[in-house]
Design a binder for this molecule. Structure first.
Ligand SMILES: [Zn+2]
Length: 336
């Protein structure tokens, strides 16, 4: 494998100096070097708007950008590879996962090619530093490789004590078998990556006129027993309130699950799934394509609940993250 930096010096030829100086930025740009290349442009209004991005030089006119150099458990980051030339086979890896990239086509027209990926920091990923590695190939078949170190901070999740129907804390064997089968089905869905961008632009909150919800990541004690953390965002609303798809996608599950009640899961492509739980009524079928804003069902109180509400979950490459963060990335996604 031969690597060449932006000055045209190959790593093999320039030896130890290169290894110490050039190759350090070429092969492993770490979080200690975010936002290098402070230029006049960065003080312009446009640059200020993107100044929170951490940038890492991969050489050969290729740059890796990450929407934040550190974030807390349950966060969603956006990762971008920018290049003046076309690249192929752009791929990433993070912890034990492959991170799929899609090409953000609109930008290619301006002479900059951009590939993007979501990076989900699972709400139970241990706090620490993790390496994100990205690779690709140039037209000439040369390898491009780069890495960033991303800090994961412990989330500040409160503990909550709730009382629910006893069968949701100590299910009988039949109920337990159903719950386990549901879990197996969901894990299989979330492990599947559809290599297609089914969404277009921004994601929305599934209830009209609602901007925020709560309970994400809360550690829960149910009827006195410690339980698993809460993986979604809850929106209390009257039974019958229409629930809309957060974006375009394919319905891959529309059925009654033991804990989340009447549930719909939408596949948006590239490992991005939204889950909607506790419906009183489901209005879509598995396999159906839905547009952003399509009515998936109505708010209800089915499954393990203390009252009518929408439970909204977001899973990205099997990482359980705060769904509101994909809404917050709206401006970036709208620009694609
Ligand atoms: Zn919930």
């Amino acid at each position: 494998m031969r690597f060449t930096n932006s000055l045209g010096i190959s790593a093999a030829r320039c030896g130890i100096v290169c290894a110490a100086l050039l190759c350090a930025t070429r092969f492993l740009a770490t979080a200690a070097q975010p936002g290098t290349a402070q230029t006049k442009q960065q003080t312009s209004r446009k640059a200020v708007a993107t100044s929170t991005w951490s940038k890492y030089d991969c050489g050969d006119g290729v740059e890796l950008r990450v929407s934040a150099a550190s974030a807390s458990q349950g966060s969603l980051l956006l990762v971008e590879v920018r290049s003046g030339k076309p690249l192929t086979a752009v791929a990433g890896s993070w912890t034990d996962k492959d991170i799929p990239f899609w090409q953000a086509n609109a930008a290619a027209a301006k002479g900059t090619y951009r590939w993007r990926a979501f990076l989900g920091l699972d709400l139970e990923l241990a706090a620490g530093e993790y390496k994100l590695s990205v690779s690709g190939k140039s037209d000439a078949g040369e390898a491009v490789a780069c890495a960033a170190t991303i800090g994961v901070r412990a989330g500040k999740f409160a503990t909550e004590k709730l009382t629910v129907a006893p069968n949701f804390v100590e299910p009988n064997p039949e109920q337990l078998a159903k719950a386990q089968e549901d879990g197996r089905k969901l894990r299989e869905i979330f492990a599947t990556v559809t290599p297609e961008t089914l969404w277009t632009g921004r994601f929305r909150v599934p209830l009209d006129g609602v901007k925020t919800g709560g309970n994400f990541g809360k550690r829960r004690v149910l009827n006195g027993h410690p339980n698993s953390p809460h993986t979604g965002v809850d929106f209390p609303a009257p039974t019958g309130t229409p629930v809309h798809a957060a974006q375009r996608g394919r319905v891959v599950l529309a059925e009654l699950l033991y804990y989340s009640g009447n549930t719909v899961v939408v596949d948006h492509g590239w490992g991005v799934y939204t889950l909607y739980g506790h419906f009183s009524e489901i209005d879509v079928k598995s396999g159906e394509m839905v547009d952003s804003g399509a009515i998936l069902g109505k708010v209800g109180a089915t499954g393990r609940v203390t009252g009518p509400h929408l439970h909204w979950g977001l899973t990205v490459d099997r990482a359980r993250v705060n769904a509101l963060q994909i809404v917050a990335l709206g401006k970036e996604l709208a620009a694609e």
